[in-house]
Design a protein around this ligand. Structure first.
Ligand code: SAH
Ligand code: SF4
Ligand code: F3S
Length: 495
């Protein structure tokens, strides 16, 4: 049976015969992880395997889904074979994202068949941006999929599972409901790792001509300050010492000003800079970061926050995409390379040691050799600590996919290889400059070798050092003594 399905952008309320969503929300609003109500018996005490693709926003959504299921005593397991419920939290940004999903689903098919023959549960849920973009197409193409759940409907997962347990059949919920999502999930968070994500903004109104995100995550929506603060407090209480504020366009975040003592914008609003100042006052919050920022939304107050907010780490991911103004215009980025370089100069004036990273797309339609050289020029001029670069790939439904002047694949390959080697040289040089310095490192987890912990420097580099487990969740100075391919090797410095 195929139940009611929603389509992208369509507002749809599922009339749930079960009060599970409400019960779950209430349980979350009470203290965390109280015993779940008995009427949820049909979905209780099972195991879930969640695979997360894509950006940190998906990682955040996966954590929130796991927490919701935790209310019903679900255990998280690390392989699908051990699970009663498998959630694939998908990303749509790369080429062939949907094909990848279908091949992952194909691998789950024998497991599903085996369970069905044994009369046992094996629920398959597809979440994330492919779910949003393909909607009921996923259910139609892969009959083993039970639930298709968009990124802004994840709060309805328990009630969808309960309906599925009572009457089998596929259900699709790809409603855009970001406000309801956060209201229903509530601010209470499960005990946290030392570094935690907190989504403060969803969606994108920028419509870069290459990008699917405005279609998969909907319009820009900012969460209110009180909800963000409550969630931050809960994370800190649960062990977080570093919080990374997330949004597809995190610096487009806006809300009515909250307190005196932090100067509001002329229109009475706060932007991200003011929010950082506000959160910086939270006790025991030692580090604050945010990602991903758009050059168009880097205002003076946010730049100044890097100078004046001590807990704001000196690292900024600021995607440039290209160094050519013609390409930037064709991409509808709304900024020029001069604007980008101006921001870099102001950021460095505010915080001289700030480390910058970026995203670049190579081989965007119409990109000429001189456009591409302009990108190399911008990278040379800025000097990045790290950067991601991608070959342009057509995303169906986006304007650039239909552009006539596509760059041949082999040419894209050559340009990308050159750019990546330049970026890699810059990354290595940046890391090498840390040798001999004592950097404060927040230890986050055990390392690969016994007695070793891994943490992050202020510049987001992974650092490993011999340290006792008691240092987990603490910041300590580490003298950098060497480099490994992807990390810094350090020694705990005498305090
Ligand atoms: N909101 C962020 C980007 C989110 S997508 C921003 O505006 O910068 C992450 C990155 O994927 C983008 O920065 C871009 O470099 C890359 N990307 C997105 N669509 C792409 C496409 N069609 N082809 C190649 N790379 C793409
Ligand atoms: Fe995509 Fe552009 Fe929005 Fe970033 S700003 S999410 S690249 S449309
Ligand atoms: Fe991917 Fe969606 Fe994030 S397309 S990059 S998971 S917003």
């Amino acid at each position: 049976m195929q139940r009611t399905s929603g389509h992208i952008g369509e507002r749809r309320r599922l009339a749930s015969p079960y009060p599970l969503g409400i019960v779950a929300a209430q349980a979350l609003r009470r203290r965390r992880f109280q015993p779940p109500p008995s009427q949820l018996a049909e979905i209780m005490a099972k195991s879930v395997y969640i695979r997360t693709y894509g950006c940190q926003m998906n990682a955040y959504d996966s954590a929130r889904m796991a927490e919701q299921l935790g209310l019903y005593d679900y255990r998280e397991v690390d392989e699908p074979e051990a699970a009663d419920l498998v959630i694939l939290n998908t990303c749509h940004i790369r080429e062939k994202a949907a094909e990848k999903l279908y091949s992952d689903l194909g691998r789950l098919r024998p497991l599903k068949r085996e369970r069905e023959e044994a009369g046992r549960d094996f629920v398959v849920a597809v979440a994330g941006c492919v779910a949003q973009a393909e909607g009921d197409g996923v259910a139609a193409r892969a009959d083993l999929v039970d639930l298709v759940i968009g990124p802004q409907a994840i709060h309805r997962l328990p009630e969808m599972l309960a309906r599925n347990a009572r009457a089998r059949g596929q259900e699709i919920d790809v409603d855009f409901a970001p406000v309801e999502k956060f209201d229903r999930l509530g601010p209470e968070r499960a005990p946290s790792a030392p570094s935690a994500f907190l989504t403060i903004q969803e969606g994108c109104d920028k419509f870069c001509t290459f990008c699917v995100v405005p279609y998969t995550r909907g319009a820009e929506v900012s969460r209110p300050i009180a909800a963000i603060e409550a969630e931050a407090r809960s994370l800190i209480e649960g062990g977080a010492r570093e919080i990374t504020l997330l949004g597809q366009n995190v610096n487009a975040w806006r809300a009515p000003a909250a307190t005196r003592g932090i100067r509001a914008n002329r229109d009475g609003s706060w932007g991200l800079g003011q929010l950082c100042r506000h959160l910086a006052r939270l006790d025991r919050l030692e580090r604050l970061r945010f990602t991903t920022s758009h050059p168009r939304d880097m205002d003076d107050d946010l730049i100044d926050a890097f100078a004046s907010v001590e807990v704001l780490m000196p690292f900024l991911h600021l995607p440039a995409q290209s160094g050519s103004d013609a390409v930037l215009a064709a991409m509808n980025r709304g900024h020029t390379s001069k604007h980008y370089l101006g921001l870099v100069a102001r950021l460095r004036a505010a915080r001289p040691d700030i480390a910058l990273s970026s995203d670049f797309i190579i081989g965007f339609p119409t990109e000429t050799v001189s456009d591409y050289r302009a990108t190399l020029g911008l990278v040379e001029e800025v000097g990045f600590a790290a950067a991601y670069s991608f070959k342009y790939s057509r995303r169906p439904g986006t304007p650039a996919a239909a552009a006539p002047k596509q760059v041949p694949e082999d040419e894209k390959d050559r340009r990308l290889a050159d750019l990546q080697s330049l970026i890699e040289r810059q990354r290595k040089a940046f890391n090498a400059r840390q040798i001999g310095r004592a950097l404060p490192v927040l230890f986050e987890k055990a390392g690969r070798h016994a007695g070793q912990l891994v943490g992050r420097s202020p510049y987001l580099q992974s650092v490993h050092a011999e340290a006792p487990d008691s240092m987990l969740g603490r910041i300590a100075p580490v003298t950098i003594v060497g480099l490994t391919p992807n990390a810094l090797a350090g020694r705990l410095a005498a305090a």
